[in-house]
Design a protein around this ligand. Structure first.
Ligand code: SF4
Ligand code: SF4
Ligand code: SF4
Length: 181
């Protein structure tokens, strides 16, 4: 019986959440639990559906349009003249493909961008645009799924560490602020 790793290995690893799950692995977990169908991944399109159907011994299905449409690999680009350096695009990027510090212009590391589009709604001045990767001259090919998976795992682990740290600090402050007997 194929497991989560087998299913995850067939997914594109853009970590775009369009399947309705917070990343490719959570989608794989939902398929194993019987809570998601095999036709919910727009970046993978029919090729991914066919691969999942083969692995799981099911009939292929058309891509569920409720999750979006399949299209060419995309790349995010920042209009650096318009960027106000607010840093709001950094946290949503699942593979840490944007560099910059608060009050400084931000840039997409094009070799790392999965085209997930998660940075777009975060930008208050709409200075991030998505463009087809192939139509962009002198740009590296899309990053490998394995590299995306590792970068997403590192990103997720860092967020979890920060949340723990914040919770520890809050607890320590509360303890300090508590009235002494
Ligand atoms: S690529 Fe996007 S839609 Fe496909 S499984 Fe991963 S997170 Fe879900
Ligand atoms: S730069 Fe934007 S589109 Fe590219 S991976 Fe990061 S969040 Fe996704
Ligand atoms: S969210 Fe937009 S304006 Fe803010 S740093 Fe990112 S690209 Fe620049």
């Amino acid at each position: 019986m194929p497991g989560i790793d087998d299913i995850d290995a067939l997914l594109p690893q853009t970590q775009c959440t369009r399947c309705g799950h917070p990343g490719c692995r959570p989608y794989a977990e939902a398929i194993v639990r019987g809570e998601a169908d095999i036709n919910q991944c727009p970046p993978g399109g029919t090729a991914t559906i066919a691969a999942l159907a083969r692995l799981l011994g099911r009939a292929p299905l058309p891509l569920n349009p409720a999750h979006g449409v399949h299209g060419p690999a995309l790349l995010a680009l920042i209009d650096e003249d318009a960027c106000i350096g607010c840093a709001k695009c950094l946290p949503p990027c699942p593979v840490d493909a944007i560099i910059g510090a608060r009050k400084y212009v931000h840039t997409v590391l094009t070799a790392l961008c999965t085209g997930c589009e998660l940075c777009i709604p975060a930008c208050p001045v709409d200075c991030i645009v998505m463009t087809p990767r192939r139509a962009t001259p002198d740009i590296a090919p899309a990053p490998e799924p394995g590299a995306n998976r590792r970068r997403f795992a590192a990103h997720t682990a860092r967020i979890a560490r920060r949340a723990e740290e914040r919770a520890r600090l809050l607890a320590a402050r509360k303890h300090q602020a508590a009235p002494r007997p």
